[in-house]
Design a protein around this ligand. Structure first.
Ligand SMILES: [Cu+2]
Length: 750
């Protein structure tokens, strides 16, 4: 059993049986052959599941279950391996098997309604078969745009690179970013490099979005967690080499890519090396080229998995990402170079004790460096050239232990500790004057210690999940000049702060009627101020034109949240309707400062303050309706309103009502899709952030992917078919999105 698999007692029993069976059958490495059969059911209703995808990891052997939930795999079935089962609306499951199973496997999948999470899976052998993926990998230009295809996810966009994920209108310090379980903090004082920009779409195996404070076990947050996981190699019954490469070009966006992957798999070791190179020129909007929107980037990773004794494995992972000459069309400057490096070592074990099915511990270190560049600009901010480098260094440990407290309950006890140093400065070169030096992030060291506990199980007719987290967060500004600068705005500043950050969530799900599952969840979340909010100095925000100064005396934000999620099943059609309400106390916002000296280049000064109360209310609706003959309809709608009560103002950067609808047709070895997406005008704008109304828009796209021969796929797509000039409300400046973009991509996987 792998760490990621569901850990219900029945599964454990099955795994134990499999383990015994494995000893009686030929050892791994035996000649492949034979068959494997089983049945897939809904864990709660026990109904057979039709259309679940079943495949053997590390091979191209896969199938789907029939109307009675049954599957049969024949052909070159390895003697033993990992079987992966996925289905839209259910948590994916991995189980170890050995060929020649005496009886069919029974696999129960758990509906994900309790998790409140949305997942994009890219690790399927055929990506177009991956559940939850409405718009294929090849049709998205980058990781962020692929995430934005999920309901309730939008992007802050300042150009074609480094868009920042926004969860139900919340972003920045309100969202936790995890890369393979590591905390990664961008090194730009202007948030030009969110952690998602360091994970290439072609290297991504899986992305999970947990909205709001409902999943504190995935990192304390108010807005939610974005967890990205790289594609990993798999063990194989006998040593085997696999490789893949691909190339693609997107006209309109003027962006090309080359990617390659080489993996070696054996019973005890699996090694994978992969790399992606991308280069984009300035993209084309319907009314002309958008200047300062190109970039160049190289992403690489090396993963080594080693089986270390019974049920144990060790994983070493090295990641790197380098990007240069990155244009930010909506900002007054660009980025010369952005660099990410990380190393992690993880140990995981299974069947540790009778009531401890698994444990995992990982240590990691990552380094982010960022150099802004205004050398290509003629209109300079403040009328002079500036150097603005920044860096973060993060070291952490994260661990989890799964346990079976008894009955139908499972638990996970976790602990994470991480420490990050943030430093950024600015040197200004006035024409004919001496250079001026400012510290913008005053060498801040933050340290967090956080235990977590998650329990899930059955209470009579209810499915229940309880999750708790407590974080002790300390921070200190260590640069003397930086502290003196802050003292000009905040006399008697204390450069140290310590925050106590509790989080909790409880969700209860039950089947109200056949075909109707309803979940009610409550969550309490907290978050500390970011380094920019607490200690930043002289930071220009191009979205509202103000210069910002941090406030070390800010209180942490606290949020009470309720969510009501309903899932309706009729035949194979699924409809989900979710409503939520967030109340944020001590909400951090930029308040206009009257005291600051007037500035010719900025609208004025702002400093961060706690508002007494902000609220966020919204609804999300999504539907999946198989029409028959391989045709299926997917669609979604969402609407939300954010209000800053103190200022009787709307919250800034809130998405307007938006929706998407797609028809997908599977025929033979190809998949075709037509997709329409759009948004209404945003008229509920923040006057404090000087937001302007954004017009309604809609764009149409088509995509087609086909397996030419075994292992070779060709994808063709066109987005914004009508070449409509539009921008989304969260796009900064008045920068339009790309016009009509044709794309072609070819992949080979062996
Ligand atoms: Cu920057």
């Amino acid at each position: 059993m792998r760490w990621s698999s569901d850990s219900r007692p029945t599964t454990l029993l099955l795994a134990a049986l499999l383990c015994l069976a494995a000893r009686a059958t030929p050892a791994p490495g035996a000649k492949p052959g034979g068959s494997l059969q089983g049945i897939v059911t809904d864990k709660i209703t026990r109904a057979p599941l039709e259309g679940a995808h079943v495949w053997i990891e590390g091979t191209s052997l896969g199938t789907a279950t029939d109307a009675s939930g049954r599957f049969l795999l024949t052909g070159a079935v390895p003697a033993s391996g990992t079987l992966r089962i996925t289905m839209l609306g259910y948590r994916a499951k991995n189980i170890e098997y050995s060929a020649g199973e005496p009886k069919p496997l029974t696999i129960a999948l758990r509906p994900v309604v309790l998790d409140m999470g949305r997942v994009l899976v890219f690790s399927a052998p055929r990506e177009e078969e991956a559940p939850g993926l409405a718009w294929g990998r090849e049709a998205s230009p980058n990781t962020e745009e692929a995430l934005a295809s999920l309901e309730g996810v939008d992007l802050l966009r300042r150009g074609a690179f480094g868009q920042e994920p926004v969860l139900r209108g919340l972003s920045g310090g309100r969202v936790t970013m995890l890369v393979d379980g590591m905390r990664v903090f961008g090194a730009c004082t202007d948030r030009m490099d969110p952690a998602t920009s360091y994970v290439d779409l072609d290297a991504l195996g899986r992305a999970s979005i947990h909205q709001g404070a409902f999943a504190p076990q995935h990192g304390g947050a108010i807005g939610g967690t974005v967890a990205l996981e790289h594609r990993k190699p798999a063990f194989a019954g006998s040593p085997a080499l696999s490789y893949g490469f691909g190339s693609g070009y997107r006209w309109g966006e003027n962006a090309g890519k080359l990617q390659g992957r080489l993996a070696w798999s054996a019973p005890g070791d699996a090694v994978q090396l992969q790399g992606v190179y991308r280069k984009a020129e300035d993209y084309r909007a319907p009314d002309g080229v958008v200047n300062f929107s190109g970039y160049e980037k190289l992403n690489g990773s090396l993963v080594w998995l080693h089986r270390a004794g019974r049920g144990q494995r060790v994983a070493l992972e090295l990641l790197s990402d380098d990007a240069w000459n990155i244009g930010y069309a909506a900002l007054p400057m660009d980025v010369g170079y952005a660099r990410f490096r990380s190393a992690s070592l993880a140990w995981s074990g299974s069947r540790i004790a009778r009531r401890v099915p698994g444990a995992r511990v990982m240590v990691y270190h990552n380094r982010v460096d960022h150099w802004m560049d205004d050398s290509k600009r003629r209109d300079l901010l403040m009328g002079m050239r500036m150097d603005m480098p920044g860096r973060t260094r993060t070291t952490g440990v994260t661990s989890a232990l799964r346990f079976l407290p008894g009955g139908d309950w499972t638990g996970t006890a976790g602990f994470e500790a991480f420490s990050t140093s943030f430093f950024a400065d600015m040197t200004m070169y006035p024409a004919g004057g001496a250079p001026m030096y400012l510290v913008t992030w005053p060498d801040v060291l933050t340290t967090s210690l956080a235990p977590t506990l998650a329990l899930r199980g059955v209470l009579g007719p209810l499915n229940a999940a309880l999750s708790l987290r407590y974080e002790l967060h300390a921070s200190e500004a260590r640069d003397p000049q930086g502290v003196r600068q802050l003292e000009t705005e905040h006399p008697r500043v204390d450069p140290r702060r310590r925050d106590s950050l509790p989080g909790a969530s409880l969700s209860l799900a039950w089947n109200l009627l056949p075909g109707w599952t309803s979940t009610i969840a409550y969550a309490y979340g907290t978050r500390p101020p970011t380094v920019t909010e607490a200690y930043g100095y002289y930071l220009y925000d191009a979205s509202d034109g103000y210069l910002y100064v941090g406030n070390p005396a800010l209180r942490p934000e606290r949020s009470h949240q309720v969510e009501w999620r309903n899932r309706f099943h009729a035949g194979r059609a699924t409809l989900e309707v979710t409503a939520y309400h967030y109340l944020i106390r001590d909400a951090v916002y930029g308040a206009v400062s009257e005291s600051g000296v007037p500035l010719p280049f900025a609208a004025g000064w702002k400093h961060y303050e706690n508002a007494a109360e902000a609220t966020l209310d919204g609804v999300e609706l999504s539907a999946l309706v198989p029409v028959g003959s391989g045709l299926a309809f997917y669609g979604g709608l969402n609407a939300q309103v954010g209000v800053l009560r103190d200022e009787q103002d709307y919250l800034p950067m809130m998405p307007p009502p938006e929706g998407h609808a797609a028809l997908r047709w599977r025929h033979g070895k190809s998949v075709s899709e037509v997709r329409l997406r759009g948004a209404l005008a945003q008229r509920r704008n923040s006057s404090l952030a000087r937001e302007q109304e954004t017009a309604a828009w809609a764009v149409l796209g088509l995509s087609h992917g086909a397996a030419l021969v075994e292992g070779v796929t060709l994808s063709l797509a066109v987005d914004n078919l009508a070449d409509t000039r539009y921008r989304e409300h969260l796009d900064w400046g008045l920068t339009p999105r790309p016009g009509r973009t044709w794309s072609v991509a070819l992949r080979l996987d062996r």
